[in-house]
Design a protein around this ligand. Structure first.
Ligand SMILES: *Cc1c(COP(=O)(O)O)cnc(C)c1O
Length: 356
């Protein structure tokens, strides 16, 4: 079976972990600091703050921007559930806006209609590694004085008009095992704002700057040096990993004939966390996934149930009618695009998908 994702775990990763174990210093330390420094370089930002996961990175990013009880945050329903949950953790309410079928991302032209006096932030998700139209989002944020929290968990290294994901507002990244670079579990916040960065560092570690003196309430969301060691081994390969994904995606785009393939507009640097096709019309997606699996091609459905259709979410925020999201949730299939695919894997994927 060609897996839909496959973490790269090489000798460097293994050696790096053993070095930390042998040092006896496992908790947040010099490797976390080094990984943060590398992230500032990748994203072209002043500050990076490591956390335990993408979820905690989003949570802390929202809190550090002053989002809390009674606030509303506009986001997309077509995402991993953590995007919306992180808003709820702060006491704020997610407000869902439908997506653009050509990008899978929040439709910027529908955002203004969802703004109320309680709206404090927009939380766009650069889904599958393809960035949102940040010109449009920034213009809305400026007009209504909103902060932007970029869910960049799938988009490390992605660009919009040459600017990198996580450098527009406050960025949140995931280093979960299947992401483009990983540390097993892990997260990262990026910002150019000194005071947001300072708050993130405090919230991450029980509000402590000086040991056992607490400036505010916080969590233990600290990354361990064990995890950071894996992340450091990976981050130097980010460009090579991304280039392999780009090459694989181009090959699939050129050779797939029977499905709707993803398009990249001018000015966008896609990092292909997922390569996602659509089965147009009334074709049976579950049957297609099964036929691919039977032929040895792994695939994934990201995501079969949008956030606003989860029962507990409906209990919290009420019902929404978001037709584009609901249609695409029934049509999408993500195919393997990861850096470890061979040419023969790619040919198998093309052959089998073209039979659908
Ligand atoms: C992976 C992911 C998250 C959460 O990251 P974790 O590290 O799993 O907590 C949030 N948003 C999106 C879009 C993701 O893909």
């Amino acid at each position: 079976m060609i897996p839909v994702s496959k973490p790269y775990i090489g000798e460097e990763e293994k050696k790096a972990v053993m070095e930390v174990l042998n040092s006896g210093m496992l908790a947040q330390g010099p490797r976390v600091a080094k990984l943060e420094e590398k992230f500032t370089e990748v994203c072209g930002v002043k500050h990076a703050i490591a956390t335990t996961s993408g979820t905690t990175a989003l949570h802390v990013a929202l809190l550090a921007n002053g989002i809390g009880l009674g606030d509303e945050v506009i986001t997309t329903p077509f995402t991993f559930i953590a995007s919306a949950n992180s808003i709820i953790f702060t006491g704020a309410k997610p407000v869902f806006v439908d997506i653009d079928a050509s990008t899978f991302n929040i439709n910027p032209d529908l955002i203004e209609a969802a703004i109320t006096p309680k709206t404090k932030a927009i939380l766009p998700v650069h889904l599958y590694g393809y960035m949102c139209d940040m010109d449009k989002l920034q213009a809305i944020a400026d007009k209504y004085n909103l902060v932007i929290i970029e869910d960049s968990c799938q988009a490390v290294g992605a660009t919009f008009k040459g600017k990198v994901a996580g450098s527009f507002g406050t960025g949140a990244f995931s280093l979960y095992a299947t992401k483009n670079i990983m540390s097993g579990e892990g997260g990262m916040i990026t910002t150019n704002d000194d005071s947001v960065a300072e708050k993130c560092r405090l919230i991450r570690s029980h509000g402590m700057k000086r040991r056992y003196y607490h400036d505010m309430i916080g969590f233990n969301f600290r990354m361990s040096d064990l995890h950071a060691a894996i992340g450091l081994a990976q981050i130097d390969r980010l460009e090579a990993f991304t280039q392999a994904r780009v090459n694989n995606a181009h090959y699939l785009n050129e050779n797939l004939k029977t499905v709707v393939t993803p398009k990249v507009k001018d000015g966008y640097g896609h990092v292909w966390h997922q390569y996602t096709i659509r089965l147009d019309g009334k074709r049976d997606r579950d049957a297609a996934v099964k036929r691919l699996a039977d032929a040895g091609v792994g695939s994934g459905v990201f995501y079969p149930v949008p956030a606003h259709k989860q029962q507990y979410m409906q209990d919290l925020v009420g019902e929404y009618n978001l037709p584009v999201t609901e249609q695409l949730a029934n049509e999408v299939i993500s195919l393997p695009v990861h850096p470890q695919l061979s040419q023969s894997d790619l040919d198998t994927i093309v052959t089998e998908v073209n039979k659908l």
